[in-house]
Design a protein around this ligand. Structure first.
Ligand code: SAH
Length: 326
């Protein structure tokens, strides 16, 4: 039975379901059944655009690791590692400066776990963050939190999904006045507590906003096009913008610190995206144009540079990653 049919039957039996449950069911099915990344898929992420992205993330973490005194038991953790591309680029940098720690991936999709295993056969996989080792962690989450389900309200009423005629629709209709991601807050709270207790840093990169109510940020993407969020349950990627203020507030409850929030473009350029692009093009002259255009995609205002934001959470005695400290 298709997910659409299963949801239709559930709604017929139980009445309208919350948008949260609809989004959770849709994304669980979506990620479990495909590799959605890249030209042939539904969307392209920063690490799939260029190795420069992961290299700069790796340089930032390698620097944190060095400045923290190179603790031996520190582990690298990635939340939702996709194809494992980011981890390859990050770890190449970190191994280069002597990081020899374990690699842990939090991933629910069996298809993507298989892709990750090909590149990182020695990693350890987790379904949730609960089973991560109780050691200092260097955590990266790129386009992870946006995939977690949100709740929405129209005034005081929670926005639900019902089925009528041939399709799904929202109930009640009307303008969304509030949106929240309980899973984002729960995971950020747990990891912030972990960092405050055991040490380490978490780098969060995602599209989102710094604070204040945004209303409805839910969107669905299929084959690189925006589609209606209720049009393709289980076969389109549903995301919502990350509320970084809510994430920071949950993550710091247990004593961890949050850095300021800056745009991806500013962060990457501060870390040396420009010189990195020039160096890479110098060694690959036939790819110079492509490398310049990758830099633009990652950092320019019209592309990912401004929409995507970067923030870190860290143990109070651990340094903030470069470019994010005060
Ligand atoms: N970070 C990667 C992939 C981003 S796509 C990149 O930048 O290319 C989102 C990733 O999060 C996928 O790997 C997906 O399978 C995973 N994911 C989505 N929901 C999840 C959940 N609830 N728990 C763990 N992983 C999840």
């Amino acid at each position: 039975m298709s997910l659409a049919e299963a949801l239709k039957q559930r709604i017929a039996a139980e009445g309208p379901i919350s948008l949260h449950d609809y989004m959770a069911a849709s994304n669980a099915e979506y990620y479990a059944t495909r590799d959605p990344l890249g030209e042939a898929g539904d969307f392209t992420t920063a690490p799939e655009i260029s190795q420069m992205f992961g290299e700069l993330v790796g340089a930032a973490l390698a620097d944190v690791f060095a400045r923290a005194g190179r603790p031996e038991d520190v582990a690298y953790v990635e939340l939702g590692p996709g194809r494992g591309t980011l981890a390859s680029d990050v770890l190449r940098l970190m191994r280069g400066i002597g990081f020899a720690g374990e690699v842990h991936f939090v991933e629910t999709s069996p298809v993507l776990r298989d892709a990750q295993r090909e590149r990182h056969p020695d990693a350890t996989w987790h379904k949730t963050t609960d089973s991560l080792p109780k050691v200092p962690l260097l955590i990266v989450a790129n386009e992870f939190f946006d995939a977690l389900p949100v709740r929405q309200w129209v005034g005081d009423a929670e926005r639900k999904v019902t089925h009528e005629g041939i399709g799904f629709r929202f109930s009640p209709g009307g303008k969304v006045t509030r949106e929240a991601s309980p899973a984002t807050e729960a995971i950020a709270g747990r990891l912030g507590g972990h960092l405050a207790t055991h040490g380490g840093v978490m780098l969060v990169i995602d599209y989102g906003y710094g604070g204040g109510e945004q209303g409805d940020t839910l969107q669905a993407v299929r084959r690189h096009e925006k589609v209606g969020p209720l049009a393709y349950p289980g076969t389109s990627d549903l995301t919502a913008h990350v509320d970084f203020a809510a994430l920071a507030s949950a993550a710091t409850r247990g004593g961890a610190k949050a850095t300021r929030l800056i745009t991806q473009g500013t962060w990457l350029e501060t870390l040396g995206l420009g010189p990195r692009a020039v160096a890479l093009a110098g060694r690959n002259p036939d790819r110079a144009e492509e490398i310049a255009s990758q830099r633009k995609r990652l950092a320019s205002e019209e592309e990912m540079g401004t929409l995507f934001k970067v923030m870190a959470v860290h143990h109070p005695d651990w340094p903030a990653p470069a470019g994010l400290g005060v």
